[in-house]
Design a protein around this ligand. Structure first.
Ligand code: 13P
Length: 248
């Protein structure tokens, strides 16, 4: 089995003003001390340019990117704009964007391809709703595998693409998926990636996200096929993010 470097990533969502940049400065040395893992922060677009010079080894990324190169898309941010601001990556397909911005898996695949074309690394998010989970584990696995395959860009490669499994019912709820649930879903996603991409599917990182905290990170990060975490609320301060980095 290939060795997959762990990635601990924070997603600040629609939180953070310049007053919070001190947290980026405080997270930077936590990553500098850890040559064995990668650390990333996906920030509001308005903070990227100011955060990048403070971030040291922490990769700064955006939370979404438009699939078009440029044009009449009011309110959107292009891949070239993210790069110019100092971003090294972006999230695509977060469940909040799929739900509130009605983004389809085809949109997500196009966004990932556009971001890669501009030189950004990409964390592509997938995950089932509570309704689907309540249909049973097998139904949930099949649903998320289908969503992943429909969201994968043509040239998916672990060099630049990471997958994040985030059950919608575990996001911001404090209701973390159980270790057996996470291990089973990640096993299903790994099998699908290997079937589709061969060795590249074996090497692709699979992050877990959904109410990850300093209290549960160690149990989650040691599961098979869990190659890191995508952290929302607990990434907003260095004090809460530090124990998750330490657990990796
Ligand atoms: P929480 O860690 O706040 O549950 O958010 C998870 C998430 O959506 C990260 O992208």
């Amino acid at each position: 089995m290939s060795v997959r470097r762990k990635l601990i990533a924070g997603n600040w969502k629609m939180n953070g003003l310049k007053a919070q940049l001190g947290e980026v400065s405080a997270i930077a040395p936590l990553a500098a001390g850890r040559a064995d893992i990668d650390v990333a922060l996906f920030l509001p677009a308005t903070l990227i340019a100011a955060a990048a010079p403070l971030a040291g080894d922490v990769l700064i990324g955006g939370q979404d990117v438009h699939q078009a190169e440029s044009g009449a898309y009011t309110g959107n941010v292009s891949a070239a704009m993210l790069v110019e601001a100092g971003a090294g990556g972006t999230l695509v397909g977060h469940s909040e964007r799929r739900a509130y911005q009605c983004e389809s898996s085809a949109d997500v695949a196009a966004k990932a391809a556009r971001a890669h074309g501009a030189g950004l690394m990409v964390v592509l998010c997938v995950g089932e709703t509570l309704e689907t989970r309540e249909e049973g584990d097998d139904a949930a696995h099949a649903w998320v595998v289908d969503q992943l395959l429909a969201s994968l860009p043509e040239d998916a490669d672990p060099e630049w693409l990471t997958i994040a499994y985030e059950p919608v019912w575990a996001i911001g709820t404090g209701k973390v998926a159980t270790p057996p649930q996470i291990a089973a879903m990640h096993g299903a996603l790994r099998a699908a990636l290997v079937e589709k991409l061969g060795e590249a599917g074996e090497a692709m990182r699979l992050l877990y996200g959904g109410s990850v905290s300093g209290d549960n990170a160690a149990d989650i990060l040691h599961l098979p096929n869990v190659d890191g975490a995508l952290v929302g609320g607990a990434s907003l301060t260095a004090a809460k993010f530090a124990p998750i980095i330490a657990a990796a």
